[in-house]
Ligand binder design. Structure first.
Ligand code: GLV
Ligand code: MN
Ligand code: MN
Length: 405
């Protein structure tokens, strides 16, 4: 499975992946998922929000054990962020069947669409729509950098966008969700543990900052006559870096659009996207307010694009997973996941597979094969244990706070 996916959407120049939602590379990933499902005799479906499901057992029985992740990537992302969770899920299904460990509860593998928000700006869009955290009309109108709306992109990819939105019937079928993911830090490196159990996700969000200016000639406009948006943007970047460092948060400007984008023209508009994260909601709010104040002083208009509150994963479930895995360590993370969105609706847990360098969202992201196999084994043990639960008794639920929008 890993070998089949490796060439899909790979940028030969950088070695990174560009598997953005509803593009041809994404279509190849989705075709791969459907093939893996059908080859195993699993029941395949794409839901109203474009997420893909592969079912073992009858979904109508409810209280299903669901595992999976996403196949899309950031621009020039690594091979593991997302696909490791989907490939491990299918591998765990195979292992369970070999052991004859599949019991009364249905089991599903899921691929959530547009998890990275790399094309339409809103992270975890597929799971946000499914749980009702994202508004369907607003989602349909989201545009990519070329002005293509989500609705148009879905239609072009052969998926009807008219039925996007909260899917209570599907959510009611899910008894528990477990997402396996490559670790995006170095907490497991140097420990005897190839796998950790997710404990919490920092609150985080994305904001768009528009710094207006007036286009003019770079060679003739006096410095004092310029209305150049670039210095205001630059001051905001420096302030973000200083505040995040001082407050123990994280602030990133990783995406920028400059109009008209000419070397010898003063910009008429700088649009920058801020990604901000912090260990708690108050720190995040203070951090963003401080950065916003600097940007507004430079004339910027600020629009919140998405937000996710603090997620604390279901405690009974994560204690159970740590016990099954012989004391796997708890890991908090600053990275967002569909599991963080699902946690507001169903008992949810995460398993992290050791990343020797901690690098992620980069072509250099890596996990050793032995650790990936340990991840499959850990997921198999976890699913075996969950599937053995009495199907008539849903798992105890201690859902996290509801997701933001
Ligand atoms: C998703 O990977 C995120 O944290 O941005
Ligand atoms: Mn990611
Ligand atoms: Mn991911």
């Amino acid at each position: 499975m890993w070998r089949d996916l490796l060439p899909v959407g790979r940028n030969a120049a950088t070695g990174g992946y560009r598997r953005h939602a509803w593009t041809p590379a994404d279509a190849d990933c989705r075709a791969w998922f459907e093939r893996e499902a059908r080859d195993r005799g699993l029941w395949y479906e794409a839901d109203r929000n474009g997420n893909q499901w592969a079912w073992l057992g009858d979904p109508a029985d409810g209280n299903a054990v669901v595992t999976g992740s996403h196949l899309d990537s950031v621009p020039d992302g690594g091979a593991y962020d997302g696909p490791l969770g989907v490939v491990s899920a299918f591998a765990a299904v195979d292992a369970l069947r070999r052991r004859g460990a599949v019991a009364g509860r249905p089991l599903a593998v899921v691929n959530f669409t547009e998890e990275e928000g790399a094309r339409f700006g809103v992270a975890c869009l597929g799971s946000r729509l499914m749980t009702g955290v994202a508004d369907p009309a607003a989602a349909r109108a989201l545009t990519d950098s070329g002005g293509v709306t989500l609705a148009e992109a879905m239609e072009r990819a052969g998926h009807d966008p008219s039925a996007l939105g909260r899917d209570d019937e599907r959510l009611a079928r899910v008894g528990v969700f477990v997402e396996l993911h490559v670790e995006q830090g170095r907490r497991l490196a140097g420990t005897p543990h190839p796998v950790g159990v997710g404990s919490a996700i920092w609150p985080h969000g994305r904001w768009r900052l528009d710094f207006p200016g007036v286009a003019d000639h770079a060679g003739t406009t006096l410095m004092e006559d310029r209305r150049d948006p670039m210095p205001g943007y630059a001051a905001t970047v420096l302030a973000a870096r200083e505040s995040a460092t001082r407050m123990g948060g994280l602030a990133t400007f990783g995406r920028l659009r400059v109009a008209p984008n000419g070397t010898n023209a003063i910009a008429s508009l700088v649009t920058a996207w801020l990604d901000c994260r912090a260990p708690d909601a108050d720190t995040l709010e203070d951090l963003v307010a401080g950065i916003a104040a600097v940007a507004e002083a430079a004339g910027a208009e600020i629009t919140a694009e998405s937000g996710t509150p603090l997620v604390t994963f279901d405690r009974p479930l994560r204690v159970r997973l740590a016990r099954i895995l012989g004391g796997a360590p708890p890991l908090p993370t600053g990275a967002g996941h569909d599991a963080g969105v699902l946690a507001s609706a169903v008992p949810t847990a995460m398993l992290f597979v050791r990343n020797p360098t901690g690098v992620s969202h980069s072509p250099h992201e890596h996990a050793e094969e032995a650790d990936c196999l340990a991840g499959v084994s850990a997921l198999t043990r976890v699913l075996t244990d969950l599937l053995a639960d009495d199907p008539s008794e849903p798992a105890q639920c201690e859902p996290g706070p509801p997701g933001g929008s």
